[in-house]
Ligand binder design. Structure first.
Ligand code: PMM
Length: 269
């Protein structure tokens, strides 16, 4: 059954009030809540990758995420670290993370793949066309699903060359990264094909702009609840198309949707 990865962003716009200590406690409490809601993995990020976001100093990023990882590792939570920095990734692995989630697929930091290959950690390689500040300018494709698949294959080959074994590599077509509007739907439609390439596929649609754009056409406010329901629907379809895991903010809604699929498909024996 498709796994659910719950998102915990330890960034100033998420858990800022009250200083770092409170932010750590709040992030840990939120992660534990997501686990009781049904998350199999918790993805912790200390740098926003929203469109137009500025880069964060790796030292500041580590200060944000490491105490949270330490707290969750003690509670035996399966942890993924969402980072584009090799130094942060390594520190997170040492603190207990079992997956490094690099939305840049190892392109943002040229040390990433070489530094992590010897550690035994698993790596999620995202499809990426450059930093958030420039990514829409680079959103030109011949056939977006095919181009994404080919460019991800290059990143997988780079990881293999660095010493990763294929079973430690996960691919993510990077919904919203260097893709505008309909390109995201076309990329999602490529999930089934991507899943047949043999690598585990991770899909992240949660609350993203392309869903808000779809909802806005109804002339009703595209509030968080509606985005979460739309996320549960896209996550269900991704699961049906063979995704290994889906990355979401509202774990309960997506868990329910995946349970529907599970029952729809019926007993396997
Ligand atoms: N999206 C965001 C951040 N990290 N990681 C993976 N693997 N896939 C994604 O689609 C992805 C990601 C941006 O979303 P957020 O700011 O809501 O976390």
């Amino acid at each position: 059954m498709t796994l659910v990865m719950g998102i915990v962003n330890v960034t100033p716009d998420s858990f800022s009030d009250g200083g770092r200590f409170l932010a750590t406690d709040a992030a840990i409490a939120h992660a534990l809540q997501l686990r009781s809601d049904g998350a199999d993995i918790i993805d912790i990020g200390g740098e926003s990758t929203r469109p137009g976001a500025q880069r964060v100093d790796p030292g500041a990023e580590r200060d944000r995420v490491l105490p949270v990882i330490a707290g969750l590792a003690a509670a035996e939570v399966a942890i993924s670290i969402d980072t584009m920095n090799a130094s942060t990734a390594l520190a997170a692995v040492n603190a207990g993370a079992c997956i490094v989630n690099d939305v840049s697929g190892g392109l943002a930091d040229s040390d990433m793949l070489d530094a992590l290959a010897p550690t035994g950690v698993h790596i999620a390689l995202g499809h990426w066309r450059g930093p958030s500040a420039h990514m829409y300018a680079r959103a030109t494709y011949d056939d977006v699903a095919e181009d994404v698949e080919r460019e991800l294959r290059e990143r997988v080959d780079a990881a293999l060359a660095a010493g990763f074994t294929a079973d430690r590599i996960i691919v993510d077509p990077g919904i919203g990264f260097g893709k505008a509007g309909a390109q995201n739907w076309a990329t999602l439609r490529g999930t089934e094909r991507l899943a047949t390439t043999g690598q585990r596929v991770l899909i992240g649609t949660s609350r993203k702009r392309f869903l808000a754009e779809m909802l806005a056409t109804d002339a009703i406010d595209a509030d968080e609840q509606r985005r979460d329901l739309a996320t549960a629907a896209t996550s269900l379809l991704a699961a049906q198309a063979g995704a290994w895991a889906v990355r979401v903010h509202n774990v309960g809604a997506t868990r329910d949707a995946l349970n529907v699929l599970h029952h729809w498909e019926g007993p396997t024996s």
